[in-house]
Design a protein around this ligand. Structure first.
Ligand SMILES: *[C@@H]1O[C@H](CO)[C@@H](O)[C@H](O)[C@H]1NC(C)=O
Ligand SMILES: *[C@@H]1O[C@H](CO)[C@@H](O)[C@H](O)[C@H]1NC(C)=O
Ligand SMILES: *[C@@H]1O[C@H](CO)[C@@H](O)[C@H](O)[C@H]1NC(C)=O
Length: 367
C-alpha cells in the first residue's frame, strides 16, 4: 500500500517535472525523436531515480541511523534546469570527462579541435556533451535487482571528436543498499579518446543540509596529478604525504581546504590491489550525525575529487539552496588531459576496441 502510494506520488511529481520541461528540452526532443523518461529503481528502502536526459541520476534515497530517509544527491527542481546546466548534477559526462588542454589533440597525424567551453579548454565533452543529449532506453528490468541500460550513438564530429561511438550505461541496484554503474563505449570507425565519468554530487546529511566540509573522507591514493593554469595537469605525479591532499586516513575536507586554492578539484592516482577484474576500493565517505557511510569501488586509474567549489547558492530540488561546498563529487576516470600526457594511462581507443568503466557504491550505517 505504502509502495503504491509512493508510486502514485512519483508519477504526480514526474508529471509536474514534465510540465516544467524547458523549451530547449522540447526542441531536443523533437530533434532526436526521443521522449523524456524518468525511471525509479527500488529495493526496500533504498531507491534512485534516473532519466534518459544525459543518463542523469536525479535522486538517491536511503535511511539514516534513525530510519529517516533522505535524498543524498544534489539536483535541480525541474528537468528544464538540467538543459544548459554547467554544474553537471548527477550527469554522465563524456565523450571525454575533465579537461583537454587547448581543445585540440592529434591522433595519427590528424589534428582535432573540440569545443572549448572552459576558457581555452574543452571540459566534460564540450558545450553539448553526453549530459546534454537524449539517451534511449536499451533495457529495463524490474524485480529484485532492478536495472536500466541507456544507449547513445555519438556521431563523427560531435563537439569535434573523431568517429562514431556507441555508448551504454547501466544503473543497477545489486544489493540491499548498493548500486553499480557500468559504462561501455566502442568506437565504430575512427580512433578516439574516451573517458566517461559519473558526476553525482553527494551530501550524506541529505542534499541541501549544509556542506560536506565535516564529512569524513578517505581516498586510497598516495599521489595526485597537480595542475597549472586552467586546471590542466602539469604532467607531474606528486605524493600527497604532508600536503592538504592527503586523505589516506579519514579526514574532513574542511580541515585544510583553506590551504587549497579554490577548494579541492584534483585527480588522485589510485593505489592498491585490484581484484581479477581490475576493481579496487577507491574511497570511503562517512557522516557522523546521519551515520551514513558510502564506499566506492571502481576499475579506473584515477579519481577526480571535487568539493562543489563553484556552487554559489544554486536553487535545487524541493526549494533547497546549495552553497559552496554543498556536495562532493568522486569521479573515477582516466587522468585529465591524458591525450597530451604520454606518461598517463592511454585513453585513445581504436575502432572495435571496448572501453569499460565499472563503479560500485555500497551504503551502510555506522551507529
Ligand atoms: C538553453 O539555451 C538555449 C540557447 O541559449 C535557449 O534557447 C533555451 O531556451 C535554453 N533552455 C532552457 C531550458 O533554459
Ligand atoms: C590556448 O591553447 C593553445 C593550445 O594549447 C595555445 O597555443 C594557446 O596559447 C592558448 N591560449 C591561451 C589564451 O591560453
Ligand atoms: C540535517 O542532517 C542532520 C544529521 O543527519 C539531521 O539531524 C537533520 O534533521 C537534517 N536536517 C534536515 C533539514 O533534513
Amino acid at each position: 500500500m505504502a509502495g503504491a502510494k509512493r508510486g502514485i506520488l512519483l508519477v504526480l511529481c514526474l508529471a509536474v517535472v514534465l510540465v516544467a520541461l524547458g523549451s530547449g528540452g522540447v526542441e531536443a526532443r523533437k530533434r532526436g525523436k526521443q521522449s523524456l523518461g524518468f525511471y525509479e529503481l527500488r529495493r526496500g528502502e533504498f531507491s534512485m531515480v534516473v532519466t534518459n536526459w544525459g543518463a542523469t541520476i536525479l535522486s538517491v534515497r536511503l535511511p539514516d541511523k534513525n530510519g529517516h530517509i533522505d535524498d543524498v544527491v544534489l539536483g535541480y527542481k525541474n528537468i528544464g534546469s538540467y538543459v544548459n546546466d554547467t554544474t553537471y548534477f548527477g550527469a554522465l559526462v563524456g565523450r571525454v570527462a575533465n579537461r583537454i588542454a587547448g581543445g585540440r589533440f592529434t591522433i595519427r597525424d590528424h589534428a582535432y579541435h573540440t569545443y572549448r567551453n572552459d576558457g581555452n579548454n574543452t571540459l566534460h565533452g564540450g558545450h553539448r556533451g553526453f549530459n546534454q543529449v537524449f539517451w534511449s532506453v536499451r533495457e529495463r528490468v524490474t524485480g529484485e535487482f532492478p536495472h536500466i541500460t541507456f544507449a547513445y550513438r555519438s556521431y563523427d564530429g560531435e563537439q569535434g571528436f573523431p568517429g562514431n561511438l556507441d555508448v551504454l550505461v547501466t544503473y543497477k541496484i545489486d544489493g540491499d543498499c548498493s548500486y553499480s554503474v557500468t559504462m561501455y563505449a566502442r568506437p565504430l570507425d575512427k580512433p578516439t579518446p574516451v573517458n566517461l565519468a559519473q558526476h553525482t554530487y553527494w551530501n550524506l546529511r541529505g542534499h541541501g543540509n549544509g556542506t560536506v566540509l565535516r564529512h569524513a573522507v578517505q581516498i586510497f591514493a598516495s599521489a595526485v596529478t597537480p595542475v597549472g593554469r586552467g586546471l590542466i595537469p602539469t604532467g607531474a605525479v606528486t605524493p600527497v604525504a604532508g600536503t592538504p591532499f592527503d586523505f589516506r586516513a579519514p579526514a574532513a575536507p574542511g580541515a585544510h581546504i583553506a590551504e587549497v586554492e579554490g577548494g579541492y578539484d584534483i585527480n588522485y592516482v589510485l593505489d592498491g590491489e585490484t581484484d581479477g577484474q581490475g576493481v579496487r576500493k577507491v574511497a570511503v565517505v562517512s557522516e557522523a550525525d546521519s551515520g551514513r557511510v558510502m564506499e566506492l569501488w571502481a576499475d579506473q586509474p584515477g579519481l577526480q575529487f571535487y568539493t562543489g567549489n563553484m556552487l554559489k547558492g544554486d536553487e535545487g530540488k524541493g526549494g533547497a539552496v546549495y552553497p559552496k561546498y554543498a556536495g562532493m563529487c568522486l569521479e573515477t576516470q582516466d587522468y585529465p588531459d591524458a591525450v597530451h600526457e604520454p606518461a598517463f594511462p592511454a585513453e585513445v581507443y581504436r575502432p572495435g576496441q571496448l572501453y569499460k568503466h565499472y563503479m560500485l557504491y555500497k551504503f551502510s550505517i555506522s551507529k
